[in-house]
Write a protein that binds this ligand. Structure first.
Ligand code: ATP
Ligand code: MG
Length: 477
């Protein structure tokens, strides 16, 4: 097979020229070739050189300078024999062909110069072990020693080597297998999959950062539930995410059952993913019911309840983020807030929708109201179609009201129309409880629709409340 036509980026003809002049053999390898065959966009290309990768990188950058007048910034990593640079939107990395030998009991391989076949052999899966010649005589020719093309056609992730050995060498490959399956919607070949189950305990030796990187890619895939079901079937889920496992199962008492919260959570996550939700909204979907097992009770006549699961769930978010070494920043606070508030729009949609309830929701969600509405909408997963339709209809009403009230009252970015400073200045007060009382009174009056979000009306209410509190303006007396 020849893929010459697909190698349209200008860097490839430059590589061809420089490599031939210096009689280096060069191949594009790995993910880039796979994605080229799948017509997926790919922003980085790994090139394997039979010889010194850094030297070729330098020569190529000089060639680019000759042609364009400016030289790309070449980053060299001497200890690994690699270098990389960016050129016209593509990140290009060069490495010398490698042979890696692992000694039992040691994770660090010995690395020596090797052939392209050896380099392909050490790669993780057959679809990632394709090489594409960039030399003139064979430009675009594919080398596929392990039937990677066939696996691509059959949509299969397969280890071309003994998978037990491969996974013991580098346990991350097990997560990569599931991540690729989830991103590409591929199957995992049975022998490879069975080896994952056998080697799952080795996952424990991986750093949290490496696990999280793969987990985030699963979460960001088009249908993340598929990846999570694979993690579950491969028995990896209890190792990396026990909280999700405890969501599994249905209990029935007095003929009353609750839904399987694992299935439900994955369905909500898929809904958010279909709606193109970003990584953090997807995390919020994954964690929105995480405290249901902790709060589950059976109470007659209602049946199963999960009182307070949104608050307890919110409290669990920082701990989970810390364990996965996810950022403890505004993204974490966003996820926590989404978990805490996720029931609010639904409760509104269940009831008669009052303006004051909608204003309060807007006030608490602030700028994140759209995300919250998206999450709450995704959370409607009942098997009862009529119920789903009723909720969806009420949701439309809530959304319309949100829009109307926001236009009128600007609650999203609520700034008190009378500030604490205003109050202190007017009454000549030092900081004290009365200031808080007045501010809360004004805020509540706006949210309840008693007054508009307007300085004059708020000022009048301040005067009234001040009088009730026995305050007077010193300037007047
Ligand atoms: P993506 O860039 O979409 O995450 P990728 O396959 O390009 O996927 P990279 O991590 O960029 O993944 O790695 C590039 C190539 O290096 C892979 O295609 C594979 O051939 C090889 N590779 C990466 N990680 C491993 C690993 N843990 N074991 C063996 N080979 C690997
Ligand atoms: Mg890559």
């Amino acid at each position: 097979m020849n893929l010459k036509e697909k190698l349209t980026h200008p860097v490839f003809s430059l590589i061809e020229k420089v490599a031939d002049r210096n009689r280096h053999q060069v191949y594009a390898v790995g993910g880039f070739v796979r994605d080229l065959l799948l017509n997926r966009p790919c922003a980085d290309v790994d090139c394997v050189v039979m010889g010194n990768g850094i030297e070729l990188g330098r020569e190529l950058c000089e060639e680019i300078e000759k042609k364009q007048g400016s030289k790309p910034d070449l980053h060299e990593f001497g200890q690994f024999g690699t270098c990389k640079f960016e050129f016209e939107g593509l990140e290009i990395e060069f490495v010398g062909a490698r042979r890696e030998t692992y000694t039992p009991g040691s994770r660090k391989p010995t690395v020596e110069a090797g052939t392209i076949e050896e380099d392909q052999w050490r790669r993780d899966f057959s679809i990632n072990a394709l090489a594409l010649s960039l030399n003139k005589a064979t430009f675009g020719d594919l080398t596929d020693p392990f039937n990677g093309i066939e696996d691509l056609q059959n949509q299969t992730i397969r280890s071309h080597r003994d998978p037990d050995q491969s996974f013991e060498e580098d346990p991350l490959r097990m997560l990569r297998a599931i991540r690729f399956a989830s991103q590409l919607f591929f199957d995992i070949e049975p022998e490879t999959f069975d080896a994952i189950i056998r080697n799952k305990e080795h996952i424990r030796s991986l750093s949290a950062e490496r696990i999280t990187e793969e987990l985030n890619k699963i979460i960001l895939s088009p249908k993340p539930s598929y990846g999570f079901k694979l993690l579950d079937a491969a028995e990896i889920l209890p190792v990396i995410f026990p909280e999700l496992c405890t969501l599994k199962g249905v209990e029935t008492r007095n003929k009353k059952s609750h839904k399987d919260n694992f299935e439900h959570t994955l369905e909500v996550l898929d809904h958010v993913a279909y709606a193109n939700g970003n990584l953090w909204l997807r995390w919020a979907a994954l964690l929105h019911d995480i405290a249901k097992p902790k709060t589950k009770r059976f109470e007659e006549p209602r049946g199963w309840t999960f009182h307070g699961h949104e608050f307890i769930g919110g409290k669990m978010v920082p701990g989970i983020f810390r364990r996965f070494k996810l950022p403890m920043d505004e993204n974490m606070r966003f996820v926590k807030k989404m978990v805490e508030l996720h029931l609010r729009p639904i409760i509104l949609a269940e009831d008669i929708v009052t303006d004051s309830a909608v204003r309060r929701l807007l006030f608490e969600a602030g700028e994140d109201i759209d995300s919250l509405m998206a999450l709450a909408k995704a959370d409607i997963t009942s098997k009862n179609r009529e119920k789903v339709l009723r909720y969806r209809n009420n949701f439309v009403i809530v959304e319309r009201k949100l829009k109307e009230l926001e236009e009128k009252d600007r609650i999203r970015n609520f700034q008190p129309p009378v500030s604490g400073n205003d109050i202190m200045e007017y009454y000549g007060l030092a900081p004290c409880a009365e200031i808080g009382i007045i501010k809360t009174r004004i805020k509540d009056a706006i949210l309840d629709g008693e007054i508009e979000n307007d300085r004059q009306q708020a000022w009048a209410l301040m005067l009234k409340t001040g009088e009730e509190l026995g305050l007077s303006c010193p300037k007047k007396s």
